[in-house]
Design a protein around this ligand. Structure first.
Ligand code: FES
Ligand code: FES
Length: 159
């Protein structure tokens, strides 16, 4: 059955089963490989995209549920000023290690700063708690979020 989603500003129609995860539509049907598969069970955050502006686990979101939604992926996150700031901070602070989790991290961070431009440490911890990083880049992730927000990063929790 055909489903239509707007991905990074472009309407896309795919003909798949309704229970097909949005993650596989993005990766396999639309060739957007930046969104990663980690656990497939909404446990790791590697597959995070924005669905109508809300950070969403694409591995457990069916195309049927996403039908007619506005989807933003890592490939389109810098269309927004906040997304550009987040990406710039990520690069400036050299956040990535293996990189596998990082598109999900950037998507969650961008959603956080879009709804809360000056987050506290607790706000950051709460918003990012569902995004796991096997390389343990959490300290730099928090610093990058603060840099993107224009907040001081010299926090004892980042030493
Ligand atoms: S792959 Fe979706 S949360 Fe882990
Ligand atoms: S940078 Fe390797 S899993 Fe996060």
């Amino acid at each position: 059955m055909p489903y239509t989603i707007t991905v990074n500003g472009t309407p896309r129609t795919v003909d798949v089963e309704g229970d097909t995860p949005l993650l596989w539509v993005l990766r396999d049907e639309l060739d957007l490989k930046g969104t990663k598969f980690g656990c497939g069970m909404s446990l790791c955050g590697a597959c995070t995209v924005h669905v109508n502006g809300i950070p969403t686990r694409a591995c457990v979101t069916s195309i049927e549920r996403a039908n007619n939604a506005q989807i933003t992926t890592i490939e389109g996150v810098d269309a927004s000023e906040v997304g550009r700031r987040v990406k710039a901070a990520w690069l400036a602070l050299d956040v990535m290690q293996c990189g596998y989790c990082q598109s999900g991290q950037v998507m969650s961070a961008t959603a956080l700063l879009t709804r809360n431009p000056r987050p506290t440490d607790d706000d950051i911890d709460q918003a990012m708690s569902g995004n796991l990083c096997r390389c343990a880049t959490y300290t730099r992730i928090r610093a990058a979020i603060k840099q993107a927000a224009g907040l001081p990063t010299a926090d004892t929790r980042e030493v």
